[in-house]
Design a protein around this ligand. Sequence first.
Ligand code: ACO
Length: 323
Amino acid sequence: KRNLKIVTSGQAVPKPVVANQDLTAWLDTSDEWITSRTGIKERHLSDGENTADLATRAAKQALERAKWDPASLNLIIVATMTPEALMPSTAATVQGRIGATQAAAFDLSAACTGFVDALTVANQMLQNPQFQRILVIGAETMSKIIDWYDRTTAVLFGDGAGAVLVEATSEPIGILGVDLMTDGQQGPKLTAGQTVVTQKAPHPLTRLTPLKMDGRAVYKFATHEVPASINRALAQAQVPVTAVDHFILHQANARIIRQVAKRLGQPLVKFPQNIDHVGNTAAASEPLLLDEIIKKGQLKHGETIVLSGFGGGLTAATIILKY
Ligand code: ACO
């Protein structure tokens, strides 16, 4: 048996903290509106660090805690919707900076669902004995794709990175169930970075479009599809919902988390949250939260957790994991 074990985690956020009140300097909004609609109080916004910088810091922290030689890594996957560049991949940049000379590296693009997809891919790769140690990162600098004068989106997002080191083990732990779903027809409800071609070359370089969102459509998708995805994954794992110790959901909005808890008939105390101090960090959201609860000692070996991501695509993905 080659089961997935999370060995250690790490995280990085940019230093500057921007409170809701700070946003009112240029936006017609209020702390009261943002807090009551989203649960967000403050977020970290980069003043220069890019996605590979944050990813590298998170990776180094996880490697130090595991006391692993970077050269022992076989693969690095970075889930991101805000890569540092189109080329090279953010994962390749991280590989070079940490000296993971023996590791393959690639990025995975699935917006806020990316980290759960990346962990699923890592689990599959571990079935091949050539892959024993994998670094999985979710990293974003959302601040560079936000229209800072659009109050309907600017208040929601933050920057950060979370990393986990996983390896193959024969211990009776690991991924028990997986559910991945996509509804591409709803893609236009949540978009960013679209390139536009309007005329034949030669023409000026195209510019990327900022993030745009139909908030109500995304809310409806998340509150319906996330519980459905969790239930399918639980059924596959043959784990009753009452046996889940922690539900680690993508931190998009505290109201979505409350609604999912209600639909699953589970107490909110099983749903750890950090959205109040980091905001929505897309693919970094779940590894950041995972790292927080691991460091606080809230997550114990042998516990059963649900990891569920959702977002652009539109996509949703759930893993049932015995930690
Ligand atoms: N400050 C003050 N007022 C605002 C703000 C703001 N930042 N943003 C919007 N408003 C106003 C609107 O203009 C509107 O005014 P109007 O009634 O005069 O037209 C009013 O507040 C209500 O706007 P709604 O969009 O209806 O607000 P809603 O209650 O739907 O909340 C929200 C918006 C929080 C985005 C909600 O739709 C939501 O939770 N959507 C889920 C999507 C989400 O969280 N996405 C995160 C990113 S995607 C992802 O990670 C999956």
